[in-house]
Design a protein around this ligand. Structure first.
Ligand code: NI
Length: 182
């Protein structure tokens, strides 16, 4: 278990399509998941995807339960999600501010589906299926985007709503995935 370096926007490894995990419950997969959780927590993140630490596999972790940086966000249970499949349950998109540990110091207002269904597996190969809304839905969409090589600035529709965290009006950033102070 270790806190790993996080790749930053501009690194071409963040633009790759991640590969599906084929072997579960292996020592390598357990180590990857432990490193993702350690690295997410060390950075006060709400989520982290394997490509962000240079591992090109479809593995994400997220969760914001008890995170002092999200006092107003609905709690999201600590989740390991592998080979995810997302299905939108609402056509309309909701705009809210997001941050990303690979885009430090910045925030942007990003449209996301407000309600969705997702499936995948945990590190033991146990199937997971959930229907979620709000902040939980936003975090899942942000993290799985990393697996398709998409960083949130590509989703911003109006670049007037993209800026430095310490310049953006504070009430707009209360629920930002991967929010951190850097
Ligand atoms: Ni991110």
């Amino acid at each position: 278990m270790a806190v790993r370096d996080i790749l930053r926007m501009g690194d071409p490894r963040l633009l790759q399509m991640a590969q599906a995990v084929e072997a579960f419950a292996t020592p390598e997969l357990h180590e990857l998941v432990a490193d993702l959780i350690d690295t997410m927590r060390a950075n006060d993140g709400a989520g982290l995807a394997a490509p962000q630490i240079g591992v090109n596999l479809q593995v994400v972790v997220f969760g914001s339960e008890g995170n002092p940086r999200y006092p107003d966000a609905e709690p999201v249970p600590l989740t390991v999600l592998i080979n995810p499949v997302l299905t939108a349950l609402s056509e309309e998109l909701e705009e809210a501010w997001e941050g990303c540990l690979s885009v430090p110091g910045l925030r942007g207002k990003v449209p996301r589906h407000g309600h969705l269904h997702y499936t995948g597996f945990d590190q033991h190969g146990q199937a997971l299926t959930r229907e979620v809304a709000g902040f939980h839905a936003r975090v899942v969409q942000h993290e799985t985007d990393h697996l398709w090589g998409i960083l949130y600035p590509r989703r911003i529709r109006d670049l007037r709503y993209f800026g430095f965290t310490d310049a953006v009006v504070s009430e707009h950033i209360e629920a930002a995935p991967e929010n951190n102070s850097k």
